[in-house]
Design a protein around this ligand. Structure first.
Ligand code: GLN
Length: 194
């Protein structure tokens, strides 16, 4: 089975480990550079991107993450993880770093106060079997993408799922539902990158 890590600095790590296992991956948490070296692919979970960024610096993980992503390791970011994969954030907190990997500009907390958390059926290109249940929690959206980025899903006229090469990102949290199709989709990306 493909060995897939979940970045375990902060956020909903356990839920992703469960969903990856259900999707047929050998899932393990990754907190240190040596643990990152041992995985074939990585999920960056939801949580709080400013905190995650600070912890990545503190744990000496930011540069190793950038290097692995730049050299083609498959990576999947959900919510705060999507923010971590953005080349640019609109209105970042001061000192907020990202890993990058997807040529996109992301707006944090984009859906606004009236609509902080909600669920919506989202049709994702490449994921068969009907829409997935998108759980959005203070979710970002993708403000704009570069030419190499595939838009996989939109909600309310805003881009909420993208892929660039081996990097995948969703604004929403498939790990919080019992539907493992996106984790299976990512596990297949890791398999085909072998
Ligand atoms: N709003 C959070 C952030 O900016 C992301 C929320 C989430 O991951 N559910 O990091």
């Amino acid at each position: 089975a493909p060995v897939i890590g979940v970045l375990a600095l902060q956020g909903d790590v356990r839920e992703h480990l469960g969903a990856l296992t259900a999707a047929g991956a050998d899932a393990r948490s990754v907190r240190r550079p040596a643990e990152l070296d041992a995985v074939e692919g990585l999920v960056i979970p939801g949580g709080e991107s400013t905190t995650m960024s600070k912890l990545a610096v503190l744990f000496g993980m930011l540069e190793p993450l950038r290097t692995r992503v730049r050299t083609g390791m498959p990576v999947y970011g959900t919510c705060a993880g999507m923010i971590m994969l953005a080349e640019k954030i609109l209105d970042p907190r001061s000192g907020q770093e990202t890993v990058g990997g997807i040529d996109m500009i992301v707006r944090r907390n984009a859906f606004g106060r009236q609509n902080e958390s909600f669920e919506a059926a989202v049709e994702v290109a490449g994921v068969a079997g009907g829409p997935v249940e998108g759980v959005f929690i203070r979710a970002p959206w993708v403000e704009s993408v570069g030419a190499g980025v595939e838009v996989l899903a939109e909600h309310g006229g805003h881009v909420v799922a993208v892929r660039q090469g081996a990097a995948l990102a969703t604004s929403f949290h498939p790990e919080l539902t019992g539907d493992h199709r996106l984790h299976r989709f990512f596990t297949d990306m890791v398999r085909s990158a072998r």
